[in-house]
Design a protein around this ligand. Structure first.
Ligand SMILES: Cc1cc2nc3c(=O)[nH]c(=O)nc-3n(C[C@H](O)[C@H](O)[C@H](O)COP(=O)(O)OP(=O)(O)OC[C@H]3O[C@@H](n4cnc5c(N)ncnc54)[C@H](O)[C@@H]3O)c2cc1C
Length: 371
């Protein structure tokens, strides 16, 4: 069986690893001109489900490396004022481990055939039941199965389910990171908490690697080359609807909104890495329309994009990858039976993940300034 995967994000790469482990050929086609072409280095919280799915797809010999490059998710989950005084509690939160997305992506890329600069533009199902994928440049590719793991704006979804389209929540947020120095370790109480004031929320999270990823790979799995990333603080500011401006940098956006806040919070933003901060919009995709199983399917954000406040987008994409791997490789079903099994389960938990993330969004979004 030949599988073509559109999108070298977490879900697509995880599936490719899982299929490779089972001896199935899978080629990945990625739109970006290079793997490091844009900011992708934020911190993710892996839930027990997401971790188990990831392990299910990765070769067992990399599991110790995975343990070494994750950290514990912890935090008091408080609500703090701009001077870091406690004013409330966020309530029980997610448990699991934290991992850097850029590092995880490098681990997932190891040993895979990834074609970069390959923008999928459409596909046709052929008379023999296979599928031909077309790209903006280069020759088409014929495969037994095409998996659209091409994110929230999925080109595969646009053909398979044109009625399923992303909804813009209107919420924007700025995200960045700053090296975790001894000085910023003093902000411990704010890690995992929400700092609220002046109509905005600032969220901090520490990424502490048990072992620096590059060194861990050299020691535990020399065939894996991981980036040299050190501990950092991830910060994110959720803006009120219409609260973003296009003519200032992400740091300036945040600094202009935290005047008079605790000096360590301002210093944290001032000392952030300008290449690793960006303004993002929150769009969701709700899986509603079911289609008859065929040689084309979707996974991850392409079919159930969540708000990052739910902390479940990557976990659900990894779960899809492991489930699809399982359906394709275990049991004795034909291809369409396997895809049908996968889609039935994925639709159910995918829709639930989107619902949960939208519920969580309301706790973090400040009121519109024009309201
Ligand atoms: C700031 C932030 C924090 C987050 N924190 C968490 C968290 O703590 N926990 C969690 O579970 N989730 C989190 N998420 C969500 C998570 O990152 C995503 O849900 C996850 O990356 C989805 O994986 P994916 O493989 O479906 O899509 P993506 O990772 O978006 O990958 C899609 C890939 O497809 C490529 N592509 C797009 N179009 C085409 C095309 N036409 N042809 C070829 N390639 C194409 C893209 O370039 C991209 O590489 C967070 C997201 C953000 C933005």
């Amino acid at each position: 069986m030949r599988v073509a995967i559109a999108g070298a994000g977490l879900g697509g790469l995880c599936l490719a690893q899982g299929l490779r482990r089972a001896g199935i050929e899978a080629d990945v086609y990625e739109r970006d001109p290079a793997i490091t072409a844009r900011f992708q280095g934020y911190r993710l919280v892996l839930s027990p489900t997401g971790s188990a799915a990831l392990r299910g797809c990765l070769p067992q010999r990399w599991h110790p490396l995975l343990d070494a490059i994750t950290g514990d998710a912890y935090g008091e989950r408080l609500v703090l004022d701009p001077w870091l005084n406690k004013i409330g509690e966020l309530g029980p939160g997610r448990t699991g481990t934290v991992i850097d997305r850029h590092v995880l992506r490098h681990l997932l890329l190891t040993g895979l055939a990834v074609h970069t600069g390959a923008t999928l533009t459409g596909y046709d199902v052929l008379d023999d039941g296979r599928v031909e994928a077309r790209f903006a440049h280069g020759d088409p590719v014929v495969a037994d199965l095409l998996v659209g793991a091409d994110g929230v704006g999925s080109a595969v979804r646009a053909v398979l389910s044109p009625q399923t389209t992303p909804t813009d929540t209107g919420v924007r947020f700025v995200i960045g990171r700053t090296p975790l120095t001894e000085h910023f370790a003093g902000l411990e109480r704010a890690f995992g908490s929400k700092i609220a004031g002046d109509g905005v929320s600032l969220l901090l999270g520490a990424m502490r690697f048990r072992t620096p990823p590059k060194e861990a790979a050299e020691e535990l799995a020399p065939e894996v080359v991981l980036p040299d990333v050190r501990d950092y603080v991830r910060w994110a500011m959720i803006l009120p609807p219409d609260g973003s401006r296009g003519d200032v940098t992400p740091q300036e956006t945040v600094l202009s909104r935290i005047e008079g806040w605790h000096p360590d919070l301002r210093a944290l933003i001032e000392q952030s890495d300008p290449d690793n901060s960006t303004l993002l919009s929150i769009r969701v995709v709700e899986p509603r329309e079911h289609w008859a199983p065929g040689p084309v399917t979707l996974l991850g954000d392409a079919i159930h994009a969540t708000s990052p406040t739910g902390g479940n987008g990557a976990n659900t994409a990894l779960r899809d990858a492991d489930l699809l791997r399982h359906c394709l490789t275990e049991g004795r079903r034909d291809l369409l039976g396997a895809i049908g099994d996968y889609e039935r389960q994925m639709f159910e938990y995918g829709a639930e993940a989107v619902r949960q993330s939208l519920d969580a969004l309301t706790a973090f979004v400040p009121q519109s300034e024009s309201a």
